[in-house]
Ligand binder design. Structure first.
Ligand SMILES: Nc1ncnc2c1ncn2[C@@H]1O[C@H](COP(=O)(O)OP(=O)(O)O)[C@@H](O)[C@H]1O
Ligand SMILES: O=P(O)(O)O[C@H]1O[C@H](CO)[C@@H](O[C@H]2O[C@H](CO)[C@@H](O)[C@H](O)[C@H]2O)[C@H](O)[C@H]1O
Length: 452
């Protein structure tokens, strides 16, 4: 199960000579963060182009898929992506696979373009811009005046499997450059900022950020403190499994940390109200229908899965809805020292921003984490259902100890949210990592047939 299969190596000498748009049309679908892999890019045009500094262009491009709108992303069909492109007369060897190609015609004719985030010089200049708030064309560099970012921090691009691109500066700060851009404030800036103002220590607070005003207002990137020596929950869980270690104490602490974040979110965004099971079941059923249409292996399980959603009619509405994390799993939590921290408040990247910023049941996050223990336990053969079960129990117990209500007592709701999450995972894996599809499919079978 390789995580970087989409990063096909390119070399500067083998770079094709093509039109600028032609080069991008070929390069974009190869990127891990490109969302439209299941549909060909039929048209591509530049929505905004700004010279960030000499030799570095900032672009927002629209990738169209033959008029089929992407769910709720932009008012037009297709998706908008943020690119930072370096432009050089001659390709430099250190750029390796970052080279996109040589442009054949137009104002860039004969030049080589490359992904500037791979170029340490460009990454340094980007941080310089963030250190000095101001505007460049439609771009706005802003920050928390109380936080000082030192000059000269050495950048490195994280080579992880990601929906976005992240640069670490001197192991002190991390800059997340959003790739798929939607109009509006990104919750990964909005939420950590609001939680920091609440004094919640579980979330690294934004230090500086980049946004645009054209062709619409949107958040483009966020700089936050880098948690040095932290390990993510996914790595820790896999290490524990490999060593045959128990992971229940960590799971319990993670449950408490999740409840802390939910409590702080409830205070920072007082949007609550009772959950309404009718509309919740309707939304889940619609997502299931759409997913089964895209991923036909789901189809035989649809009746069993629908049962989990229709059973909501007889469940109590559960805890009040509120702002939540929206895509909580073991890869979104970092253990540093003895504490768990929560990162990446963007929500599920394929969902519209308005939906990701609205109130949901906290059970949705809890279900996401419960699914993640199952994912981890299935990484080894023979798979370890009892390991996952013990973690799930401990996580819920930790959550209950802090939140004052026990997720295990909301069995019907939890089953529906777990089912909804597993359906999302099937879609995600089919699109991004087809080798992983059996992992959520095993849960689909369990939830559809046995219902537990
Ligand atoms: N504040 C931080 N401190 C240390 N590592 C971080 C921090 N934020 C993110 N990371 C690392 O960067 C990775 C990607 O970050 P994330 O926000 O999840 O990006 P994406 O949305 O692209 O998945 C995380 O898995 C984690 O390893
Ligand atoms: O971290 P992202 O915001 O990019 O989240 C997306 O990618 C995740 C994979 O990296 C995906 O998570 C799924 O795989 C994880 C193991 O790699 C597992 O722990 C999660 O439980 C499972 O959902 C996530 O769904 C997707 O939104």
């Amino acid at each position: 199960m390789t995580k970087t299969a989409f990063l096909r190596p390119r070399s500067a000498t083998a770079a094709p000579m093509e039109s600028f748009a032609g080069l991008l049309r070929e390069w974009l679908p190869e990127q891990r963060w490109f969302a439209g892999k299941d549909r060909p890019v039929t048209d591509l045009h530049v929505l905004s182009l700004t010279e960030l500094f000499p030799g570095c262009l900032h672009l927002l491009v629209h990738a169209g898929h033959g008029g089929v709108p992407s769910p709720g992303n932009t008012p037009w069909a297709g998706d908008c992506y943020q690119l930072l492109l370096g432009v050089r007369e001659h390709p430099a060897p250190h750029l390796g696979r970052a080279v996109i190609g040589r442009v054949q015609d137009g104002p860039l004719a004969g030049r080589t373009v490359y992904d500037a985030l791979h170029d340490p010089r460009s990454a340094q200049l980007l941080l310089e811009r963030l250190r000095h708030p101001g505007a460049v064309g439609p771009l706005r560099f802003e920050g928390d005046a109380a936080r000082r970012v030192p000059a000269g921090l050495v950048p490195r691009l994280l080579d992880a499997e990601q929906s976005n691109s992240s640069l670490v500066y001197g192991d002190e700060f991390i800059l997340k450059v959003f790739r798929r851009i939607q109009p509006g404030v990104n919750p990964d800036l909005e939420v950590p900022g609001a939680l920091a103002r609440q004094g919640c220590h579980r979330v690294p607070a934004p230090v500086a950020w980049l946004r645009t005003t054209h062709p619409f207002r949107a958040t483009l990137g966020v700089l936050q403190p880098f948690l040095r020596d932290a390990s993510d929950g996914w790595t820790l869980a896999l290490e524990a499994l490999a060593a045959g270690d128990d992971f229940t104490a960590q799971s319990y602490a993670l449950g408490r940390a999740t409840a802390d974040v939910h409590l702080a979110l409830g205070t920072a965004f007082p949007v609550g109200g009772p959950g309404e099971n009718g509309p919740t079941a309707e939304g889940m059923t619609e997502r299931l229908t759409a997913a089964a249409h895209s991923v036909p292996v789901l189809q035989p399980f649809v009746p069993g899965l629908r049962a989990a959603f229709s059973a909501l009619a007889t469940c109590d509405p559960g805890p009040p809805v509120q702002r939540i994390h929206g895509d909580l799993h073991l890869g979104q939590v970092l253990r540093a020292g003895h504490d768990w921290f929560v990162i990446d408040f963007e929500g599920e990247p394929s969902r519209p921003l308005s939906e990701r910023r609205s109130a949901h049941s906290p059970l949705r996050d809890i279900a996401g984490m419960l699914r993640s223990f199952d994912y981890a336990a299935r990484q080894r053969r023979p798979w370890r259902p009892e390991w996952a079960r013990a973690c799930r129990e401990a996580y819920c117990a930790g959550y209950a100890a802090r939140a004052g209500w026990d997720p295990r007592e909301k069995h019907g709701l939890l089953r529906a949210y777990e089912t909804d999450r597993a359906v999302y995972e099937v879609l995600y894996e089919a699109r991004h990592r087809p080798d992983w599809l059996p992992v959520p499919m095993a849960a689909i079978e369990r939830l559809a047939v046995r219902g537990d």
